[in-house]
Design a protein around this ligand. Structure first.
Ligand SMILES: Nc1ncnc2c1ncn2[C@@H]1O[C@H](COP(=O)(O)OP(=O)(O)OP(=O)(O)O)[C@@H](O)[C@H]1O
Ligand SMILES: [Mg+2]
Length: 237
């Protein structure tokens, strides 16, 4: 993206240039209110920026509705507060495949495997309204992954999970990236998580990129004092 700005009552994003390469895992870190979720919503075309251009596969995103839909279908966002349909876990996870006209016979096995991978095999028939927040978050991840997107946008995917579930979800993200080459852009508050799974990290503060680079380098030798403070778990002002 180039020259991207977004303002609500004040400016919340101002990004001169940001590029994600296919096949990598990116961690977007930054304090609360830095603009991380806004950036993901704009990337997923849920919200337009006030200015700037977003390129996908090297081409500007299309103004043409049909072409844009095709581009949009190659990416999926798992939101910070996911909204599930008022139906079972299985039906939620299968939503994308159903919407695209696949029949249940063909995708049942695939959805069952996915539910197992997110640790929800035994909850397949449970109604979404009765799930804990961590379970709901994992259903949303399964639903997103079932689409087989080229680009997976994750907003705090493990915020409500306990350590064993965090490990499971991190393993799934790594596997999707390794086996299918899915590009992942993951927002996380958790600097340890970014360090564990992201190859590259972006540090966002007050809507601007303070620093971006190879994860180990940013953690061990940050160029900016604000990044250093953040990765050391200190407050930044
Ligand atoms: N629809 C909106 N209307 C007005 N202000 C908004 C809107 N969405 C976001 N903001 C503001 O924009 C700023 C950035 O919000 P955003 O949700 O992107 O932050 P974030 O980095 O994801 O924070 P967190 O880590 O708490 O999730 C915040 O100050 C927020 O209050
Ligand atoms: Mg957020």
């Amino acid at each position: 993206m180039e020259g991207l700005t977004k303002r609500y009552s004040r400016e919340v994003l101002n990004i001169k240039h940001l590029a994600f390469q296919r096949g990598n895992i990116y961690g977007i870190m930054g304090p609360s209110g830095a603009g991380k979720s806004t950036l993901l919503r704009i990337l997923n075309l849920l919200e337009p920026p006030d200015s700037g251009v977003i390129y996908f596969d090297g081409r500007p995103l299309s103004d043409n509705g049909r072409e844009r839909l095709i581009q949009q279908r190659r990416m999926t966002l798992v939101a910070q507060k996911p909204v599930l349909f008022q139906t079972s876990v299985f039906e939620n996870a299968a939503f994308g495949l159903k919407a695209r006209g696949y029949c249940k016979r063909d995708f049942r096995g695939k959805i069952e495997l996915l539910l197992e991978q997110v640790g929800l095999r035994d909850l397949s028939r449970q109604h979404s309204a009765t799930l804990s927040s961590g379970e709901a978050q994992r259903v949303a991840l399964a639903r997103a992954v079932a689409f087989e997107p080229d680009l997976l946008l994750l907003d705090e995917p493990t915020a409500n999970l306990d350590p064993s579930n965090v490990e499971m979800i991190e393993q799934l993200i790594l596997k999707l990236n390794r086996d299918r080459g899915i590009t992942v852009v993951m927002v996380t508050h958790n600097i340890f998580q970014a360090r564990r799974i992201a190859g590259q990290v972006v540090f966002l503060n007050e809507g601007r990129i303070v620093e971006m680079g190879e994860t180990e380098r940013v953690f061990t030798d940050p160029a900016d004092p604000r990044t250093r403070a953040f990765v050391e778990g200190r407050m930044i002002y």
